[in-house]
Design a protein around this ligand. Structure first.
Ligand code: 13P
Length: 261
């Protein structure tokens, strides 16, 4: 089976000092068997990554970390950007790519998202590739096609080998985040989450083979709280959660992780 993955996307919240406090609380609340059963990851802002790295490595915490975005480019005159090489140098394992807030607020189109997936893979980072439909698409009933289309575009031209880690594990995570469920308190039903996550896995199988599709973790994101986690994770193709708001409350996030374990 696939090990559940719970990732906390802090978005533009928490200074590096607050980040240290948050990771300490989290590590204190979770027990070893829980951290073995479920993989727990935090995704702080860039400015907190070094502090989180120092804490996690210094205290040998079983908490993973990664970034919320990266540049398409590897280095050069790109003011304000952060490269995959810089994230890899901080031993980040994950990087979010194509979050709906980047797509909407920063006008990232499918070509940019595809470039960022490649940049992440080039530097040995595991992209957490986000896809998801807005309310209009959901109402039109085209949500499955919309999400598989975003998946296709982001993974255009890649091979199964590129999506596999040297040890044989998966080098890709996919997150289904319906835009209408993000930060709204309106969580998708377990059936909605399973429908799209299942379709995404089928699409991965068509493109890259059953073996690759079988090891990719597919997460659901959008108003996940401790109270709705068990239902969401019940779907056979839902392997975890990408948690926004609730990841800023250490007790609530720990409870989500416990539920997944
Ligand atoms: P919320 O959990 O706050 O709805 O955010 C979801 C999200 O966007 C995670 O990436």
């Amino acid at each position: 089976g696939r090990r559940p993955l719970i990732a906390g996307n802090w978005k533009m919240n928490l200074t590096h000092l607050e980040a240290i406090g948050m990771v300490q609380k989290l590590a204190f609340s979770l027990r070893e068997p829980e951290l073995e059963a479920a993989e727990v990851v935090v995704l702080p802002p860039f400015t907190a990554l070094r502090s989180v790295q120092t804490l996690v490595t210094g205290d040998k915490l079983e908490v993973g970390y990664g970034a919320q975005d990266l540049s398409v480019q590897d280095s050069g005159a790109y003011t304000g950007e952060v490269s995959g090489a810089m994230l890899a140098a901080l031993a980040c394992r994950y990087v979010v790519v194509g979050h709906s807030e980047r797509r909407a607020v920063h006008a990232e189109d499918d070509a940019v998202v595809a470039g960022k997936v490649r940049a992440a893979l080039r530097h040995g980072l595991v992209p957490i590739l986000c896809v998801g439909e807005g309310l209009e698409v959901r109402r039109s009933g085209e949500h499955v096609a919309h999400c598989t289309g975003q998946l296709d575009a982001a993974l255009e031209g890649l091979t199964a080998e590129q999506l596999t880690e040297p040890g044989g594990g998966s080098g890709l995570v996919v997150a289904y985040e319906p835009v209408w469920a993000i930060g709204t308190g309106e969580v998708a039903t377990p059936e909605d989450a399973q429908e799209v996550c299942g379709a995404l896995r089928s699409r991965l199988a068509e493109r890259f083979g059953a073996e690759t599709a079988g090891v990719v973790r597919i997460l659901y994101g959008g108003s996940v709280k401790a109270a709705n986690t068990a239902g969401i994770l019940a779907g056979p193709d839902v392997d975890g959660a990408l948690v926004g708001g609730a990841s800023l409350d250490a007790d609530e996030f720990a409870q989500i992780c416990r539920t997944a374990a």
